[in-house]
Ligand binder design. Structure first.
Ligand code: PA5
Length: 433
């Protein structure tokens, strides 16, 4: 049984009551293309079966390597960009929260990320940290040729070898890459690093449930089995129910598609909990790279509310009416903190005494929803009971499945990314490669 629920009642005034009937033929075609694997890009559908397909041996090797690196390290640097880091970061930051570096968690290493930018100061500062900490490196690149992680790896490989010597550095470096191709695979073989394989039929942005996501998540001490369980439950639901009224991904895909064709060109993915910031970054890459091509596609944007209500809130309420919002709504917080009573009540907050902060946050969400709907912003809602490995696993599979359906509804290939090459061609030319 899945726990995630999809709600579209606050979008009902923007969509026809019989939308699902009207769209039946279109969504059935998209659904069958996906589950029968007959659509564009069907050689990249390995992610559909990942929650079931990970062998017990592979999972236990992931856990063993994670334990080894954890024993050796206070910090593990995960080097990768795009799909080669966002999934891991999304899950780790959702579960650890923003203050984890200050929590003195001595049982698990701190996972830090590199190779996702070309900032000299970022790399320099990280080197300063690594001068003082015991650390290991997980370098991830499917192609094995991406410039950003290659630069970061060259720097930290040299640093690691100088600090620990070549033999010990070998124990501290793990590569995740293609089975047989690419510079990283060649380097890993040459140096004798432990390696994990990214399956040929899984693209970067769909790879969080392969070792790409699972190894860093396990290193952080999080439960990859429960993450996969959540995804497995969602897979069982979405791949077996072809009736739109029973399948939340089909509903979400149909409504997004309708809103897009009726002027709502931007989807704001919203969380009222800052720990989902990187989950929203992961969503932005998944949908942006999958749908944005051939001059089509919803622009995926993200907000943390109520923070961004004090920056973007004005635009959402009264700017161009090109927005709809999808809120990831979390029913329960993990901890309890209530508003204390104050004798003087100078701040006037005694009317909230004893109210739980999370309940106030949920009320902020409700009030915002009402205001935005009044302002012409359709509101979709995805509810989960709490932020946990299980619910994140459900959400990962749910968004991946919806994204693939959305691509087929737009008649594009959701699994390629030809546009990403344009900046690289120019950069290489300018660098004289
Ligand atoms: O989804 C994708 O395919 C991309 O975002 C890649 O993940 C990203 O460009 C990194 O590529 P690679 O893993 O080959 O270094």
């Amino acid at each position: 049984m899945i726990q995630l629920q999809f709600h579209s009642d606050s979008a009902s005034r923007f969509i026809p009551a019989d939308l699902f009937e009207q769209s039946e033929k279109q969504i059935q075609t998209a659904y069958q293309q996906l589950v029968r694997q007959t659509g564009a890009g069907n050689d990249f559908l390995g992610w559909l079966d990942l929650p079931e397909a990970q062998s017990a041996d592979e999972l236990s090797r992931i856990c063993q390597v994670a334990d080894r690196l954890a024993r050796l390290s206070e910090v593990v640097v995960v080097i990768g960009i795009g799909g080669s880091y966002l999934g891991a970061r999304a899950v780790i930051e959702a579960l650890q929260g923003p203050f984890h570096p200050f929590m003195n968690d001595t049982r698990h290493p701190q996972v830090l990320f590199a190779g996702n930018n070309i900032s000299e100061d970022y790399l320099f500062d990280l080197q300063q940290i690594l001068n003082k900490k015991d650390y290991s490196i997980v370098v991830i690149s499917k192609s094995g040729t991406t410039t950003e992680p290659a630069i970061a790896f060259r720097i930290f490989k040299e640093h690691c070898e100088k600090k620990y010597g070549k033999a010990e550095a070998r124990e501290r470096i793990v590569a995740i890459t293609d089975r047989s191709r690419g510079a990283l695979k060649q380097l890993a073989d040459q140096e004798g690093y432990d390696t994990f394989v990214i399956p040929d039929n899984v693209g970067g942005r769909y790879s969080v449930l392969t070792p790409v996501g699972l190894l860093p998540i396990a290193i952080a001490g999080l439960d990859i089995h429960r993450l996969l369980d959540g995804a497995r439950q969602m897979r069982a639901c979405l791949t077996t129910k072809d009736d739109t009224t029973e399948n939340p991904a089909m509903q979400y895909a149909v409504i997004r598609n309708f809103l897009y064709h009726n002027g709502k060109k931007v989807e704001l993915m919203v969380s009222y909990d800052p720990s989902l910031f990187y989950f929203i970054e992961w969503y932005k890459q998944l949908f942006g790279e999958s749908e944005g091509k051939e001059n089509r596609g919803i622009f995926p944007a993200g907000c943390i509310f109520s923070t961004d209500l004090h920056s973007l809130g004005q635009y959402v309420q009264e700017g161009e009416r090109i927005l709809f919002e999808t809120v990831i709504s979390v029913n329960q917080s993990h901890h309890t903190l209530a508003i204390p009573y104050d004798e003087q009540n100078t701040d006037g907050l005694n009317y909230l005494q004893k109210r739980k902060i999370h309940d106030i946050n949920l009320i902020a969400e409700e009030g915002t929803r009402m205001a935005h709907v009044d302002g012409g912003v359709p509101n979709l809602r995805i509810t989960i009971p709490e932020i946990s490995e299980n619910s994140l696993g459900e959400m990962i599979y749910f968004f991946e499945f919806t994204c693939a359906l959305g691509g087929y509804l737009l008649n594009i290939n959701p699994f390629d990314q030809p546009g990403v090459e344009a900046y690289k061609r120019n950069m290489f030319k300018l660098l004289g490669k």
